[in-house]
Each structure stands twice: as C-alpha cells, then as structure tokens.
Design a protein around this ligand. Structure first.
Ligand SMILES: [Zn+2]
Length: 510
C-alpha cells in the first residue's frame, strides 16, 4: 500500500469530572480501542478477492481484543442495502434484504451501529424492525423516529433479552483498567435526512445532536459519535457542537480524516476496503483524553476468521448458485480499469458518470443506429465505485434487478418532455438518467448535436422497465409501443437481452 498510516491526536479537556471514579495517580490512563467501519454493502472481499471482507475484519477485531480487552467495533451506517444478495429471495419468498449482513456482522462481533440512509431502503418499517431484532449488536440514533404507527412518531425498537426496547438516542459504555478504575464513554448516532423514507421522521441534525450531547456530557467522561453525514456537515457539526472527541463518520465512501476544533473526524473506505482503529487514553486525574487514530487497509494479507468466513460462505454460495443457474460466472474477470467506474448514488443520480456512459455505449453495441440511448440511474444500485479488476459479480451487483432493453419510437415533443423529466425534474432520484447522444445547450435539448425537431420521430433505446411507464413521472411512456428482441447477435456471438449480459459482453471488448 502506498498510502501511509496516519496518526491523529486529539486532547479533549473535559468540563466535568465524574466524581464517583477512584483516584489514580497522574499519568495513569484507562485505555480503550474502537474498530470503525462505515458503508458496508458486501460481506465478501472485492476486486478479485484482494480487498475488503468481513471475515478479515473479524480477525482484526480479535487481534485488537488481545491487545486490549477494552475493544469495541462500530459501524457508522449503511449496511442493510443495497447489495445483489439482498435483492434475492429466500425459499419463503421474502427478500434477503440485509439478513446476510446482520448474520455476518453478528459473527464478526460488531458492538454498535447507527442508521445510514440505506437502512431505510427496506420496503417497510416492519421488515427493518425484523432485521434490527436479528442484530446482536446495539443501535443508537439521536434524530430518527418511526413515523408509521398510530399515536405519532416514536423510536424504533430493538428486541434485547426478549424485550422490545426503544433504540436510545445515546449509549453509555463503561470501561475499566486492570486496577478496577472505571470510566464512561457516551456514544451518539446521527444521520443526514437523505433519500427519505415515508415511514421515518428525520429531526434536524445539529439541534438533535446538541440536545443529546448536552444530556450526555455530564454523565460521561468522554463523548464520541457515529455520524452518517456528508463531510461538509461533519465539519460544521464539529464547530457547532464542540467537545466531542471523535466523529466516526460514514456516507462518504473514501478514506479521509480531519481535525476540527477539538474533534477528530475519520471515514474509512466503503465495503470494508479499510477500517479506522482508534486507541483512546483517558486520564482520570486531569479529566483529559487522547485519541490516536490509524487507518488500516483490509487486504488478502489478513487471514479470515473461520466463524465469520463460514457465515459469509453460506450466503455467497447461495448467490453463486442462483447466478450460476441464470448462466453467470460471478468470478470471471471481464475488464480491468485504472480509472474508477463511478456508480455512487450521489453521482449517478445527479450527473453523467463514466459507468453510465459505458452502459449506454453497451446498449449501442447491441442495438446500433438508434438516435439516443438512456438508462434510469435507479437500476444501477451498487452505490460504490469499482476500479482494478472488474468481475461479472461487479456487473451483477451494479444491476441487481437485471431486465431487458427495448427500442421505442417517440415524437419529438414527447422525447423533449421525457428529457426534461429524466434529466431535470428527476435529478437526485433514481429516475435521473444516464444518456448517450443527448446534450443540452441554453435550455435546448440536442440529439446528436441537432436541436430536437418537434415534428420528427426519434428512436430511443431504454430499459423495458422504463418503457412500461414504471419510472417516476414517466408513466406516459406506457402509451407508446416498443420493440423487444429476445437476443442480440453481435460479431457472431449471441447475447441475451438483459442489461447484465449486455454490459458484460461490451466490457469484454474494451
Ligand atoms: Zn449513506
């Protein structure tokens, strides 16, 4: 690895002291360690097995526990969705929807999690409740409530020791040293109100966080937080509510660290490609704390923890079996790329990306001579960038729903309306489109560089899902006929009409 491990230091001077703690001599510290993950959608390693993998993270946690029994593992949101496995159905017809992740995190020994926006991708609050109750780790969140029950918004609950307990706004964790001295750590969880679900009430981030911090600071020796926010919000929150030792962030998918006022802010790479390890020392005599944070890539140099690996293997073999039955070979390398293929939701739902361009070019590869090519970004679900080795599995996790593409003839005025909605109204949503041969100059839509002629008919290639009028605000497309081919014949080979087959075939030509 070229990147060097980074060390960050923060000294937090606490305004309050816990009077109940035992006296210790100056210089004595109570030490604890936190293993931080964020934004994990895949339980198994990626990039041909080189990076990531929760069985490797489990090994790291065990090593840290040996170094210091005061070790906890946290996950700062986004793990129940999206994933290819999650979209598949179990024998009883219910979607797996995060169960593979909960079982793997249980085996890995995760201790605490907060919600990310993707937890609320789950179709219903009841299904989410089910996954929460299957979790052996504890949740905390200060600004989210369940909004679909009679009697008004209330906390989500978690079944612990067979009792339904409201998920708290904070957790207090006690640590002790070998001499029996104890300290208390307050942990807050907070989430940005992004891609909102109808069954959730989102309270304001700063207000809720400040209120919770005020409640917590006098009861504890150190306060830390799991923040599922954009980095710009992390930076301003650290300024607005000073006094928190550490923000273990999420939502951004690349490793970063910042130091604002007295708060260290860290984010690891998505999909457990890396983790952060925080070693905290609290000095009771002075009421101060120090955190030393190091960034750790998770690679094939780390052995699998066998117990966790067995759970991962159970779910991976299930998905491989289903994919093999459908004619796919998930491990096959289809291309390599030094430029990351961009498929993060924040990008693909608001601007043209190179992976979107690749996909619409793949459409042209099997259906040449159409005027324009378009795909709704909501069908590209990976919420991650891929670089290095791209396997069939990467394509399958990009397009978990699959589906065919069709040719549709549209009058110029209808195409114009389509583009207004697909590229303007739906910006930021899954109904935003990745396109080919389409541009806009001074508010005028152009097809292959020519202004749309209202009286002309255009041929567009789009997913059948869109042609049927299923995409947001585009129901009117159902009024137009389309032509669908079962297979395509390109350069002597037959390609099934499924976006996954089409993209795989095209990637192999690159
Ligand atoms: Zn997120």
């Amino acid at each position: 690895m070229l990147r060097q491990t980074l060390y960050l230091f923060s000294i937090l001077f606490l305004l309050s002291c816990n009077t109940s703690k035992k006296a210790v001599s100056s210089g004595d510290s109570i030490d604890f360690t936190i293993l931080q993950l964020n934004d994990v959608y895949e339980i198994a390693p990626l990039e041909g097995g080189k990076v990531g993998g929760l069985a490797r993270v489990a090994t790291v946690k065990k090593q840290l526990l040996k170094e210091n029994p005061n070790t906890i593992a946290v996950l700062s949101g986004d793990f129940l969705s999206p994933s290819l496995i999650g979209t598949l159905k179990k024998e009883n017809g219910e979607r797996i929807a995060g169960q593979q992740m909960v079982e793997t995190l249980n085996a890995m020994g995760l201790d605490y999690a907060t919600f990310g926006n993707h937890e609320f991708d789950l179709k219903s609050a009841d299904l989410l409740q089910k996954r929460i109750n299957q979790s052996q780790f504890e949740y905390t969140i200060c600004n989210v409530k369940r909004a679909d029950l009679p009697g008004g918004p209330q906390a989500f609950t978690q079944k612990i020791d067979n009792q339904d307990r409201p998920i708290p706004e904070y957790i207090i964790k006690e640590f002790s040293d070998s001499k029996g001295n104890t300290m208390k750590v307050g942990i807050i969880g907070v989430l940005l109100p992004f891609n909102q679900a109808s069954y959730v009430q989102y309270d304001p981030v700063v207000e809720s966080f400040r209120k919770t911090y005020e409640l917590l600071k006098d009861k504890t020796d150190v306060v830390i937080a799991m923040t599922h926010l954009n980095i710009s919000d992390d930076l301003s929150l650290a300024k607005e509510v000073p006094g928190v030792l550490l923000f273990m962030g999420g939502h951004d998918h690349v490793e970063m660290n910042h130091y604002v006022e007295e708060t260290v802010i860290t984010k690891a790479d998505a999909n457990a490609k890396s983790a952060y390890i925080h070693r905290v020392s609290f000095y009771p005599s002075s009421g101060t704390a120090k955190v030393r944070s190091s960034w750790m890539p998770i690679t094939d140099k780390i052995q699998d923890d066998p117990t966790t690996a067995a759970v991962v293997e159970k779910w991976q073999s299930k998905v491989y079996q289903i994919m093999n039955e459908q004619g796919y070979n998930p491990d096959e390398v289809v291309m390599t790329t030094s430029v990351p293929l961009e498929c993060k939701e924040v990008d693909i739902r608001s601007r043209q990306t190179n992976y979107g361009a690749l996909t619409t070019s793949a459409f042209e590869y099997v259906l040449p001579n159409a005027d324009a090519y378009m795909i709704n970004s909501g069908s590209m679900r990976m919420d991650d960038n891929i670089s290095g080795t791209v396997t069939q599995f990467d394509v399958l996790r990009t397009f978990p729903f699959g589906g065919g593409i069709v040719k549709m003839e549209l009058p110029g005025n209808v195409l114009q309306k389509f583009l207004e909605i697909a590229l303007k109204t739906n910006k930021g949503e899954g109904g935003y489109f990745q396109v080919k041969n389409i541009s806009n100059t001074n508010g005028q839509w152009l097809i292959n560089g020519q202004a749309i002629n209202i009286g002309q008919t255009y041929t567009v290639v789009i997913p059948e899902f869109v042609a049927k009028g299923n995409e947001a605000n585009l129901g009117f497309l159902a009024d137009f006929k389309y032509k669908k081919e079962a297979t395509f014949s390109v350069k002597g080979s037959t390609i099934q009409n499924d976006v996954r087959d089409i993209v795989i075939a095209y990637m192999k030509t690159l």
